[in-house]
Ligand binder design. Sequence first.
Ligand SMILES: *Cc1c(COP(=O)(O)O)cnc(C)c1O
Ligand code: SF4
Length: 347
Amino acid sequence: MQAWQQSMRQAMVDPAELAERFGIDSAPLREVARRYPMRISPYYLNLIEEPGDPLWRQCVPDVRELSDPTPSPDPLDEARLSPTPAVVHRYPDRVLLLAGGDCATYCRFCTRKRKLGCSSMTVSETDLAAGIDYIASRSEVRDVLLSGGDPLLLEDDELEAILQRLVAIPHVEMVRIGSGLPVTLPERITDNLCKLLRRFSPLYLNTHFNHPRELTPQAAAACARLADAGIVLGNQTVLLRGVNDSADTLATLWRGLLQLRVRPYYLHHMDLVRGTGHFRTRIEAGLEILQTLRGSLSGMALPHYVIDAPGGRGKIPLLPEYLLELGDKARLRTADGEIIQFPNYEI
Ligand SMILES: *Cc1c(COP(=O)(O)O)cnc(C)c1O
Ligand code: SF4
C-alpha cells in the first residue's frame, strides 16, 4: 500500500474523536455528521490551528447545515443533464466525466453534498465504460473534465486506463482533471503519478485552494511536481463567508498561487445547495472584492467570478451585461439569454 493510501485509511471520520482532540462538545458534531458525513485527511487536520478557524470551517460539521432552508439538494439539476450516470453534459463541446467516487476531505460546502460519502457517489466500472462510450459517440465533445469525487483517488493503473481510452477518441482534444488533492492530500502527487500524467499532454488540472494557509510547503511541492511534468495548473476558489470573503485574504491566496505556477481560474459564488447556506455571501461581496483588487493585482492573479445558474442553465459571469439587478432577489441573464432570479441574501 502506498503512503497516500495509508493516509486515506487514517482520515478523521469520527466526530467524537475530533471533539476530544480539540476539547469541544461532540453532540452537535455527531448529529450533523449523521446526516452529512465528515472526513478529514490527516494532513489537512494538522493544518487546523483552532476550532472555528478558516480551515476548520471548511471541513468540520456545523449545526447550521441542518437548519438551512435552501430548497434544493441538486440545484444544478445534474441529474437531468446526465445522459448516462457518469456524465454531465451541459455545454455542447465539453462534458464532465464523474470518474472518482470519493474525496480525501469532505468540503462542507460541496455542490454534491447530497451524495458525498454515500454509495450513490461511487462510480461503477459499467457506468464509467458507458460514460466513455457516450463521449466517443458525440463528435462535438472536444474537452473532457474528469471530476467526481476526486479522480486522483483512483489507483495509477485505473487512471491510466481511463486517460488512454479518452485520448484515443479522435475528437477529444484535451482532458482536464478537477482535483482537490494538492490541497488536502499532497502526498498523493507522487513522482509516479506525474510520470504517468505527463504522457497525456495537453493535460490541465484545476485544483481548489480557498485560503492562504493552505499554501504549505507540501502543497507547493505537489504543485511543483505537476508543473514540472508539463501539466497546466489552474485553481477554482469558492467564495465562502467566514473563510475567505475579504480582499486581503483572496489577494494573498491568488498571489501565492501564481508563485506556485497555479493560475486563478474561477471564483465561484456559492451554489444554492441545501446544507451550505451559511457559507453564502451576497453577490455584492464578491463584486466589491474584485473591484478592490482590480488594478492592485495583476490580471494574471484575478479569476472570473461566476455563479452556476440553478436548473442546469450553466455558469453566468458576474459582469454588468449579465447582472441586471442586485437586491434580495438578484436578476441575472444566463448565457442563453434567459432572465432568472437568484436569492441574494445571507441567512
Ligand atoms: C463548469 C462546467 C464545465 C466547464 O466549463 P468551463 O467554463 O469550460 O470551465 C463543463 N460542464 C459543466 C456541467 C460545468 O459545470
Ligand atoms: S473536493 Fe469537490 S467533490 Fe469533493 S467534497 Fe470538496 S467540493 Fe465536494
